[in-house]
Write a protein that binds this ligand. Sequence first.
Ligand code: SF4
Length: 348
Amino acid sequence: MVAAALSAKNPGIRELAVLLSPAAAPELETLAQRARAITQRHFGRVITLYAPLYLSSRCFSGCVYCGFASNRQTPRHMLTLEQVDAELDALKRRGMEEVLLLTGERNPAAGYEYVCDCVERAASRFSTVLVEVFPMNEDEYRGLATAGCTGITLYQETYDPQTYERMHLWGPKRNYTARLEAPARALAGGLRIAGLGALLGLSDPFFDMLCLYRHASYLLRQFWKGGVALSFPRIRPEAGGFKPPFPVTERLLAQIIFAFRICLPDVPLVLSTRESPHFRDGMAGVGICKMSAGSRTTVGGYGDSATSSECQFDVSDGRDVLAFCAMLREKGLQPVFKNWDAAYRDAI
Ligand code: SF4
């Protein structure tokens, strides 16, 4: 069955299910070799780099796994627009060309206007600006695109509605459907990229990964001009002591990444600094083609705006950008900071 899935001409969800299954686990090395070959064929020997910038830790939602949940006794911070400028300048000095701006759920202080202002400031400095914020309506996404936003990242966390309800106890994020449908609204509103993912550890990973595939496939069919990217965030131990009910091992995470690379050969797969240096080094170019580097997950953190607030999740790979690039070059991979020019934004 695994051999048949690996030799399928156009692998789809059936093949993905086989490659994710325990039957494929002993074939991990074979999957890795196939994933590496496909990655090189479709993306070359390059890894695109980006950096997250946390704008605010103010949030009124109660996600049981998150260090920013509103019941956590932790100082809250939100960058002023002047501090945002300083953080963006500090990131730019590190050589970054792509930034991901993050906040919690929509709230009166860090709402749509604030996000738009931050996007405009980022777009005046960076080639690519993505946001990982809250679900918006189509007009708001259109406004973000006009402000210079390239795309969104919006993880469904889990596709199982019952588990979703148990993991999101209060606040706007409890609305499963509003979140599920937001990536389609973003692409309909003119954004170029919708980044999807499920938070591995919350629910049955096989169910969530098959749903993720269907979500991505639907968007690719409906919005052929836009793009989809997939991430595989995994719950790591964090300050609140949340224990994932479905822990995912590194070995299973690797199998998931390889299976997606084989079944969605054109879709960029992203890996953050949640994972260890050892794991990230092994995944670079073997399925993964885009990675964060030198990340800080406290509000600010790159310049003088660094705060003492709790981070949303712990960074496992603490290497700076230079050290990370040196590792990539040692492996024969080329770090790429820019593969999209801001000039195209005006042409679309
Ligand atoms: S995951 Fe997002 S919405 Fe939920 S508590 Fe954390 S910051 Fe707020």
